[in-house]
Write a protein that binds this ligand. Structure first.
Ligand code: PMP
Length: 397
């Protein structure tokens, strides 16, 4: 705010770039091993396929690709989403699908749709930082649902906690930041409980396709078709194709999609036509069936390297970590009293390693939770994973 000499909106004034983000800027230095980023591995980007897809779009449909399009999104891509969910037993139509500019835009639209200043919003604790930042713009008050090793505890959704809440936001698969997966029993219990309470359930699942361990479980939206209730499901092509394309989608009852279309119109009219068409062109003939197993294999290997390094170097240190069944993150919990926020600067300076401290992932904590941290295992090569984990172990010893 140094050189702004005129009043800004309250929203802009209260928006902050976190202290952590400032420290993490340093991690762009090549001498730093960074487990901090939430970036997918570029090794998994299907570069040739995407180049070819743009080429095809620009050769065969340039006038559509370069023109304004409907807010709802490119119809063939919406139809693809319908057929993809049908394969998993989910019955929807194109009227249930809105294409968005990354699922981050979906989070913003959820905020716009539900939150007035002071509205109550329910989150897992900890929860995805990007969602918290998005919702924060609209001034909610957070209440959290208790979690344990198995993730969100549906029985924690008491009448008292749920009272007057606008929605609950949940990440059932390899949650960001903890890497935890919600069991089938808990998924069913959560969906049933939300149905009883008439509480909208927002399901964020950008990593669902990146399972590398165990059986695929039905999503919350799929379960709502059996057990009732209103689920708004967010999905993304960021982790299955490439995040730079910024293509995601929302699946919801048609009336909610119509409202969101109005809200999205005010933001950006529609998501880039050419990019939606390129995504469709790339995936329409089943490309993901051959591509995703490679990404899963890569992430599985990377996760394994990190778990091995943790077992080797953290032996004898009082700490627990999660063993994710997919996705990108491992979550470490130290005894109370360890302050990972304070230790980050030393990790970077002394050990040349970066992580994300857990504290900002707990938006409603009455006291700061400082004894957790998040590690991403996907972008760092094996040798550097070992070196970086050894460095962290030195620091935490
Ligand atoms: N939700 C979660 C849980 C995420 O981890 C991310 C990406 N880090 C997003 C949403 C946003 O993804 P995108 O906008 O790229 O679809």
């Amino acid at each position: 705010m140094n050189n702004i000499t005129f009043p800004l909106s309250k929203r802009a004034t209260t928006a902050t770039s976190s202290a952590i983000r400032e420290i993490l800027k340093i991690t762009e230095r090549p001498d730093i091993i960074s487990f901090a980023g939430g970036l997918p591995s570029p090794e998994g980007f299907p570069i040739a396929k995407i180049r070819e897809a743009y080429e095809t779009v620009m050769t065969h449909h340039p006038k559509v690709a370069l023109q304004y399009g409907p807010t709802e999104g490119y119809r063939p891509l919406r139809e693809w989403v319908v057929s993809d969910f049908k394969k998993r037993g989910v019955e929807i139509t194109v009227d249930n699908v809105l294409i968005v500019s990354g699922s981050q835009q979906a989070l913003d639209l959820i905020g716009k749709l539900f939150i007035d200043e002071g509205s109550k919003v329910l989150l897992e604790s900890p929860s995805y930082l990007g969602a918290i930042q998005s919702f924060n713009q609209y001034g909610p008050v957070y209440n959290t649902i208790p979690t344990d090793e198995g993730g969100l505890m549906p029985e924690g959704l008491t009448d008292e906690i749920a009272k007057a809440a606008r929605f609950i936001y949940a990440l059932p698969n390899y949650q960001n930041p903890t890497g935890r997966t919600l069991s089938l029993e808990r998924r069913i219990a959560l969906v049933k409980r939300c149905a009883e309470l008439n509480l909208p359930l927002v399901e964020d699942d950008p990593y669902g396709e990146l399972r590398f361990e165990g059986e695929e479980l039905p999503g919350l939206f799929a379960l709502s078709q059996q057990y009732g209730g209103t689920v708004i499901r967010m999905g993304s092509f960021s982790k299955v194709l490439a995040p730079g394309m910024r293509i995601g989608f929302i699946i919801a009852p048609a009336a909610i999609i119509s409202k969101m279309v109005q809200l999205k119109q005010a933001t950006d009219l529609h998501t880039a036509s050419i990019t939606q068409m390129a995504v469709y062109e790339a995936i329409k003939d089943g490309f993901l069936d051959e591509h995703l197993p490679k990404v899963r294999e890569l992430y599985k290997r990377q996760c394994h390297y990190m778990l091995e390094a943790l077992e080797e170097h953290f032996a004898g240190i009082d700490v627990k970590w999660t063993r994710p069944a997919g996705g990108m993150f491992i979550w470490l919990t130290f005894p109370k009293g360890v302050n990972t926020t304070e230790l980050l600067a030393r990790a970077v300076e002394e050990q040349k390693v970066a992580y994300v401290p857990g504290q900002p992932f707990y938006p409603a904590a009455t006291e700061p939770v400082t004894n957790t941290l998040r590690l991403s295992f996907v972008t760092v090569p094996e040798e550097k994973i070992r070196q970086g984990i050894a460095g962290l172990a030195k620091l935490f010893k």
